[in-house]
Design a protein around this ligand. Structure first.
Ligand SMILES: Cc1cc2nc3c(=O)[nH]c(=O)nc-3n(C[C@H](O)[C@H](O)[C@H](O)COP(=O)(O)OP(=O)(O)OC[C@H]3O[C@@H](n4cnc5c(N)ncnc54)[C@H](O)[C@@H]3O)c2cc1C
Length: 405
């Protein structure tokens, strides 16, 4: 007979580990499994935004404090946006969370995900299995049977946190839609020069890769996370070779290439998909909650997904704690969808509008030029990035009218 758990969490990335940590003390029997052995790499830009800092604080100050002490974690003061015309707009963020001394960080996923994994391990109440790959799941009225390479586990409810290629999302019939999906490449470098003071992360919106961008994120030890991400639909339509485009930018771009003159690539470019939150898929079903990339929750403008993965993990745990174990029905779990979209829906839709605005590069150029001239506008943009409630202002056509006339 299959071993039975109250909750089975499939995948131990930020979504899965955050869910596990928020379920500590619930009295539920939890299994957290992952196909990898930790510490493990994950292809990513490694930028930890204010949302991640917020979620660390939500876990408890104890975790925030421990995170701040980690080696190889670089504090960043903000973002440098480079317009298609090549002009930089530096936004230095102010808001920091308790026990943290910066508004954001850059940390390799080997380190960050292992940190979260270790916190679950040290808490001691969650059974953890590595090298355990979910193959499929059978849903019954009273339980779920999860088939893995190590046998079958049964659970009253599954939290699917198994990332962009989620077995559970596929079983629900979710298909990759190139309008709502980006492809990304990451390549670690050492010796890249020319970073802004305050270790700003850099997003370069280069004309021929819109909607998408080339990034350079500084890291500790003289390293940098370099990469490119672009909407899959545009890649197909324009027949873009992403690897070639990345190399062209690094070797030939008029302002970027000189910064790589003495730089050394530490790996070949590595690719992975980004399921974007520009469409709302149901995130719950009978005895199932989808979180993070499995639920397609990546910001369609910035490509940020770690914070949303952690938020969804937290909300999945809150939903579970709010209902009786005998009532993991489709109806009662729908509350998770409501909760999720009420918290992150506006941010994701606003980002979708911003992604669409990239079809008007001249407008982007004007926003950057004018914000560099007008302090009040610069400050407004900072607030619109920093404050989730103010993000709606990006929606307002009146905001853009001032750049047209
Ligand atoms: C190129 C690129 C750059 C990015 N840059 C950034 C960035 O700078 N900042 C940011 O916030 N976000 C970024 N993202 C997005 C971010 O990586 C994801 O949104 C985030 O990792 C989602 O977390 P998750 O826990 O949902 O999934 P993951 O982090 O993918 O974790 C899923 C876990 O499930 C496990 N798993 C998968 N399948 C199975 C299976 N069948 N059985 C068992 N275990 C399984 C995996 O081993 C993994 O540990 C980037 C993404 C890409 C591709």
């Amino acid at each position: 007979m299959a071993l039975h758990y109250d909750i089975l969490i499939a995948g131990a990335g930020p979504a899965g580990t955050t869910a596990a940590l928020h379920l500590l003390g619930s009295g539920l029997q939890i299994l957290l499994l992952d196909k990898a052995v930790f510490p493990r790499d994950k292809i990513c830009g490694d930028a930890l935004s204010g949302n991640v800092c917020f979620e660390l604080e939500k876990l408890g100050l104890h975790y925030t404090f421990k995170f701040d002490q980690l080696p190889r974690v670089l504090p960043t003061q903000g973002i440098r946006f480079v317009s298609p015309q090549g002009k930089a707009l530096d936004i230095r963020l102010k808001k920091t969370r308790k026990a943290l001394h910066a508004p954001g960080y850059i940390a390799s996923r080997v380190d960050f995900d292992y940190f979260l994994w270790q916190q679950v391990k040290q808490a001691g109440h969650v059974e953890m299995l590595e090298e355990t790959t979910v193959l499929k799941a059978d849903f019954f009225p009273d339980k779920v049977n999860v088939f893995t390479n190590r046998g079958v586990f049964s659970a009253s409810l599954v939290i699917a946190a198994d990332g962009a290629h989620s077995v559970f999302a596929k079983q629900l019939g979710y298909k990759l839609d190139k309008k709502h999906h980006s492809a990304g490449l990451r390549q670690y470098y050492e010796g890249v020069t020319g970073f802004a003071e305050g270790s700003l992360i850099e997003l370069h919106f280069i004309q021929n890769i819109l909607p998408g961008y080339f990034w350079i994120f500084p890291m500790t030890g003289g390293r940098a996370n370099v990469g490119i991400g672009m909407l899959s639909e545009a890649i197909s339509k324009q027949k873009i070779n992403l690897k070639q485009t990345l190399q062209n930018i690094i070797q030939r771009h008029p302002t970027i290439s000189s910064r790589f003159k003495n730089a050394k690539a530490l790996e070949e470019p590595k690719g992975y998909g980004l399921p974007l939150g520009s469409r709302r898929l149901p995130a719950s079903s009978h005895r199932l909650l989808l979180t993070g990339d499995a639920a397609s929750l990546i910001d369609p403008f910035t490509g940020e997904g770690i914070g949303y993965a952690m938020t969804s993990g937290r909300l999945a745990a809150e939903t579970i704690k709010s209902i009786n174990i005998n009532d993991y029905s489709e109806d009662s779990l729908k509350n998770y969808d409501r909760l999720l979209w009420s918290k992150i829906g506006t941010e994701l839709s606003t980002s979708y509008q911003l992604q669409k605005l990239l079809s008007y590069p001249w407008l982007f150029n004007r926003v950057v030029n004018k914000a560099n001239r007008q302090e009040a506008l610069h400050e407004l943009i900072r607030q619109m990035i920093e404050e989730p409630d103010r993000k709606k202002a990006w929606y307002n056509p009146l905001f853009y009218l001032r750049f047209i006339f």
